[in-house]
Design a protein around this ligand. Structure first.
Ligand code: ACO
Length: 323
């Protein structure tokens, strides 16, 4: 059977770093409150001239370098973002032009913080169908542009960044020893729409709106939903938490992350935590954490890895990959 294997990874964080201490000058908060509640220490904020596409192009170019490929080798781009450059066209087509990808297709996908999990799963389906051989999957956000910088309950939690992977079709035996994506699950629950949303949009207010969130409610659902997704991708292929070599979770809050893996008895050494460095970068957070783990040499060929995410909608999901 056809499997989707990861053959390249890239990441980009803007140069400008804003620490928790810096935020003390903007809103009534403290470094201690932010660290204790979330694990966040700093976040990267895009320069005024940088758009989501600029971040995405840098991450995509680095993924191409990592894979030893050119833009013309890519058949499709799926870019997960909730902060596109414009309402249309898709930010993905700007990346397509910038990396010199001829032909093929490029589109944006919107599942907020679960965007990368949705995008990599969608790419896997295209590859498994035989329609394409190589897909660039990107998560890129400039969340700083949709934050209300006077609202301390949200502005301290998010940051900007981009991460990318390249998936390539490979032949597998259909067993869990195959390299590539072994199983995925995606969910959404529109009845929770109001718990995490923007208070505007093209069709409602003709503005992009600002992030609004009932943090406590989101926290409660995040732990339950992520644990469900985690169990489902493993159970679906008869593997257990003991088989996992590394968990690469969405980086929203260290407490959510700790509570989720604790349910399965996964030791902390097997969990990638980068939230302290870049806060919640929404769709970019999983590929950023993945790239960080690769750079640190924490992933070896044959390792079993879980990617997982949860965000507005609610949306949530997980992807199980043999490296
Ligand atoms: N600095 C200082 N005090 C603050 C801040 C802040 N930045 N923000 C809120 N507070 C205050 C509140 O006003 C409240 O004060 P009060 O008791 O006088 O009313 C107090 O701190 C406690 O507020 P809570 O919201 O109850 O604090 P909680 O312990 O729930 O922590 C947090 C808030 C960190 C947002 C937590 O609920 C959380 O992590 N939720 C998950 C949300 C999340 O991660 N969302 C990201 C997007 S979704 C996703 O990616 C999964």
């Amino acid at each position: 059977m056809i499997r989707s294997t990861v053959i390249g990874s890239g990441a980009y964080l803007p140069d400008r770093v804003v620490t928790n201490k810096d935020l003390e000058a903007i809103v009534d908060t403290s470094d201690q409150w932010i660290r204790e509640r979330t694990g966040i220490e700093r976040r990267h904020i895009a320069a005024d001239h940088q758009k989501t596409s600029d971040l995405a192009i840098l991450a995509a170019s680095r993924a191409l370098d990592d894979a030893g490929l050119m833009g013309s080798d890519i058949d499709a781009i799926i870019l997960a973002t909730a902060t596109p450059d414009e309402t249309f066209p898709a930010t993905a087509v700007k990346v397509q032009a910038a990396i010199g990808m001829q032909g093929g297709f490029a589109f944006d996908l919107q599942a907020v913080c679960t965007g990368f999990i949705y995008a990599i799963t969608t790419a896997d389906m295209y590859i498994k169908s035989g329609m394409v051989k190589r897909v660039m999957v990107i998560g890129a956000e400039t969340f700083s542009r949709i934050l209300d910088w006077e609202d301390r309950t949200t502005c301290v939690l998010f940051g900007d960044g981009a991460g990318a992977v390249i998936l390539e079709a490979a032949e597998g035996d259909g067993t869990t020893d195959d390299r590539g994506i072994l199983n995925s699950c995606l969910y959404s629950d529109g009845t929770k729409h109001h718990l995490l949303q923007t208070d505007g949009g093209a069709s409602s207010t003709q503005t992009v709106g600002h992030v609004r969130m009932l943090g406590r409610e989101v926290f409660r659902h995040a732990v339950v939903n992520l644990a469900d997704a985690f169990a489902e991708v493993l159970n679906g292929v008869n593997l257990s938490p003991d088989d996992i070599d590394l968990v690469v979770p969405h980086q929203a809050n260290k407490r959510i992350l700790d509570a989720t893996v604790k349910k399965f008895g996964i030791p902390k050494e097997k969990v990638v935590v980068t939230v302290q460095e870049h806060a919640n970068t929404s769709a970019a957070s999983v590929p950023l954490a993945l790239n960080h783990a690769l750079k640190e040499g924490r992933i070896a060929k044959g390792d079993l890895i879980i990617l997982e995410g949860m965000g507005g909608g609610f949306t949530w999901g997980a992807s199980l990959i043999r490296w």
